[in-house]
Design a protein around this ligand. Structure first.
Ligand code: RP5
Length: 180
């Protein structure tokens, strides 16, 4: 466990799969953890090895560069980066790696209802994309990351098919309930 991290993040780190992580979940602040843990929960459910930690574009800029520059070598295949307010984390990470970066805009206390975070990561310059999901859309970031991995992983393709079927079942069950 990385003891330099805040306790809840360190606990999430410890709970993460022990295999080499394929997905890196990062966020700007401890205050983002509640939102971003939805991504970790789904990846755990899909049995996708991941790591989760804090990397702040503004408060730990050198850590950002190191994280992004070493990500591919360490075995990561996708990075999910969440941030609120002036959410420069996903864009700056994307600037230092060619791995796909999925951005999660967060409606944090410091945000202008999240619009600032959305625009910070959505309007990337040509050549350095960030795949931005919905406001607080950490779960969809995990699904999208798994879809990317499933392009070359039959087990994950199967997992995603079953996940989609479970979503449909839930809707169908509610339709049945409403008919009663
Ligand atoms: C961003 O500033 C973080 O991603 C967070 O959403 C926001 C506020 O951070 P704290 O002041 O709560 O640490 O960098």
């Amino acid at each position: 466990m990385n003891t330099t991290l805040p306790p809840t993040v360190a606990a999430a780190d410890a709970a993460a799969a022990t295999e080499t992580p394929l997905v890196g979940i990062i966020m700007g602040s401890q205050s983002d953890l509640k939102t971003m843990s939805a991504a970790a929960e789904l990846l755990r459910q899909f049995n996708v090895p991941y790591e989760i930690t804090l990397v702040s574009a503004h408060r730990t800029p050198h850590r950002l560069v190191e994280y992004a520059e070493t990500a591919r070598k360490r075995g990561l295949r996708v990075i999910i980066a969440g941030g609120g307010g002036a959410a420069h984390l996903p864009g700056m990470v994307a600037a230092f790696t060619t791995l796909p970066v999925i951005g999660v805009p967060i409606n944090s206390a410091a945000s202008i209802h999240g619009l600032d975070s959305i625009l910070s990561m959505l309007q990337m310059p040509a050549g350095v994309p960030v795949a931005t999901v919905a406001l607080d859309g950490a779960a969809n970031a995990a699904v999208l990351a798994t879809q990317m991995l499933a392009l070359s992983n039959a087990r994950l393709h199967d997992v995603l098919e079953k996940y989609r079927a479970s979503l449909k079942d839930k809707v169908m069950r509610t339709i049945e309930e409403l008919r009663k």
